[in-house]
Design a protein around this ligand. Structure first.
Ligand SMILES: NC(=O)c1ccc[n+]([C@@H]2O[C@H](COP(=O)([O-])OP(=O)(O)OC[C@H]3O[C@@H](n4cnc5c(N)ncnc54)[C@H](OP(=O)(O)O)[C@@H]3O)[C@@H](O)[C@H]2O)c1
Length: 323
């Protein structure tokens, strides 16, 4: 694995380019501001009547309607939600300059065919491995967030240079850029979202909380044990790795984790993880995402409203209000 950092990357491929950032959400805001602070000519492209126009302008960014931003740009970065990339690309394709570069921060749209770029376009990925809020705050502290980069199409022979210079300008190359592919990034990211950090871990916490409460433990104590300690282990793993985390905790906790961890995450869980990966690769999740968007997000809305009413959420609110 080659990890590229600032000193190994030529900023020149982006120096005289205009970059259009489409979307001013979690990633759009962070990337636009980091690019601007790195001296790049940036315009934020927004739909007509967008509430983000005032916010982006107040942050000192140039804004324009999507089609005008695209028309004026050498590099167009797709930072609207993944599930609308297909429709957004179809609307804006006619405005893209010949030989422009089209960038993504997630491999999904290309890997699962939501976007089929015109043959003359360079297509690259710069995927920061974390949320936009952290990408921005790290940049402001003079640090960076590791990013994955990839090139899918390179008709101009410039795509690699643009991808790396982009990764440098948003601050990712301060921490390191790792070469990947749209397929690898998309599959690994969707797998993690479903099976590990964003899907598996919250369900594990909820199941632990429910088990303790059903066993007669008060919701407050169950919450503090099963949910409240999560940030402690996250910080320890981040600072010391998993082996270092185990050495940092008490012998009691370490032996407990040794005896209990494999009983919970057993071979059956690992088999189902492999099933999730196979389903992701077969495109089943990408189909679900498209359907969810086309039907107005009914499952997401229902899950959000149910989660707001659970005993666990009520307990969180109660503890959060405690001075
Ligand atoms: N969330 C993260 O931190 C993160 C991390 C790594 C990679 N990524 C990737 O980065 C990309 C952006 O994700 P995100 O979470 O930053 O997105 P997001 O916050 O949901 O994006 C919101 C922005 O998209 C615009 N938008 C929404 N629907 C639109 C439409 N139909 N037409 C035009 N603009 C529309 C919104 O416009 P208005 O302002 O008008 O509402 C808003 O500015 C995705 O590919 C994602 O996978 C995200």
């Amino acid at each position: 694995m080659e990890m590229l950092r600032d000193a190994q990357i030529d900023p020149a491929p982006l120096a005289d380019k205009r970059v259009a950032i489409l979307g001013y959400g979690n990633q759009g805001r962070a990337q636009a501001l980091n690019l601007k602070d790195s001296g790049i000519n940036v315009v934020v492209g927004l739909r007509g009547g967008s509430g983000s126009t005032v916010e982006a302008a107040a942050a000192g960014l140039t804004t324009d309607l999507i089609e005008d931003a695209v028309r004026s740009a050498d590099v167009v970065m797709m930072l609207a939600p993944d599930e609308i990339h297909g429709a957004l690309y179809r609307e804006m394709e006619q405005h893209l300059r010949k030989g422009a570069a089209l960038g993504f921060s997630h491999g999904l749209s290309i890997r699962f065919g939501l976007v089929k770029p015109r043959a003359d376009l360079d297509v690259f990925m710069l995927a920061p491995k974390g949320p936009g809020t952290a990408l921005r705050s790290l940049y402001q502290q003079g640090k960076g967030m590791i990013g994955l980069w990839a090139v899918e199409h390179d008709p101009t022979d410039n795509a690699r240079g643009i991808a790396l210079a982009y990764g440098r300008a948003v601050g990712c190359a301060r921490a390191g850029l790792i070469a990947s592919s749209f397929a690898e990034e998309a599959e690994a990211d969707l797998f993690n979202e479903q099976a590990v950090v964003w899907g598996g871990v919250p369900e594990l916490l909820i199941a632990g909380f429910d088990t303790l409460v059903a066993g007669g433990v008060s919701p407050e104590v169950a919450y503090l044990e099963c949910v409240g300690e999560l940030h402690l282990i996250a910080e320890l793993i981040d600072a010391r790795g998993i082996a270092g985390m185990k050495e940092a905790i008490s012998n009691t906790a370490e032996l407990g984790s040794l005896l209990g961890g494999n009983r919970i995450i057993n071979t059956d869980v690992r088999r189902r993880m492999a099933e999730v990966l196979a389903e992701v690769r077969a495109g089943r999740f990408a189909d679900e995402l498209r359907e969810e968007e086309q039907s107005g997000y009914p499952r997401l809305e229902q899950a959000r409203s149910e989660a707001r009413e659970t005993l666990l959420t009520q307990t969180f609110r109660k503890l959060d209000e405690t001075p």
